[in-house]
Write a protein that binds this ligand. Sequence first.
Ligand code: ZN
Length: 314
Amino acid sequence: MRELIFLTPVFKETVWGGSRLREVFGYDIPSGHTGECWGISAHKNGDCLVASGTYAGQHLSALWRDHKELFGPTADREEFPLLVKIIDAKADLSIQVHPDDAYAAAHENGSLGKMECWYILDCEPGTTIVIGHNAKNTEEMREMIREKRWGEFIRQVPVKKGDFFQIDPGCVHAIKGGTLLLETQQSSDITYRVYDYDRLSDGKPRQLHIQQSMDVIRVPFDEKAQPKPCVVKEGEAGRETRLITCGRYTCSKVDVDTSWEEDFGRDFTNVSILEGQGCVDGVPVKKGQHFIIPADYGSCCFRGKLSFIFSQPR
Ligand code: ZN
């Protein structure tokens, strides 16, 4: 089917959110502490509506259920597999970890686990992120958590615009204040908080999940497992950088200088426009828009000066 499926984002207010989703992307956000824009989601906690066209007004979850022809080889899965977010962290997010599919299925009512990756859109100078920990074995990991030796436990690395990180299930992580990023993840909302800086939300500390965290944290942290993005296609008209191919998704960034043609194949493709404007097969698009290219769409032509990230399920 030759029709792009544009979606209306869902916004989430959070203790750590800010107002950059409006300032940078022009979204109509609910308040000055809006942390997340769910741009492509069929998750029950934020199910996007189709913004226009044949399916206008329907939830993405309903399309997944009733129009399998749009989604290709992964359409036989129960749930739409991916979730694409833009995150504005004005303050630090909690130190957290996610379960894998097996642990989530057993302990979280059959939910998917959560593998996620981050493309850094912007950050303040000197910003770091937390990725991984310094415990050498399981015993030390448990001890450091029980004794709240956070400074020793967490592994912080400097971060800059354009960096890319993969967060496997079991990897301790936290986004720090001043970071704007695009996250591609499995469609899951299961987060285990290890430490929340003793902050209060509505006068109370947010719930921690110490036992679940200790169950799922992988030891030791493997620094070498981080992906190395590489340019896979380059010409005068633009370039494509493959960010990652893992067991759950592939992600690429495309920078278009004038025009870009690509056949995305048998799978459906999530697209988020990050910069600039132009058109896609004659349909005007601009920064901040999210849409799905249906499976077997055939060749797709982007024109203009724009950058986008696209992802496909695996
Ligand atoms: Zn996470």
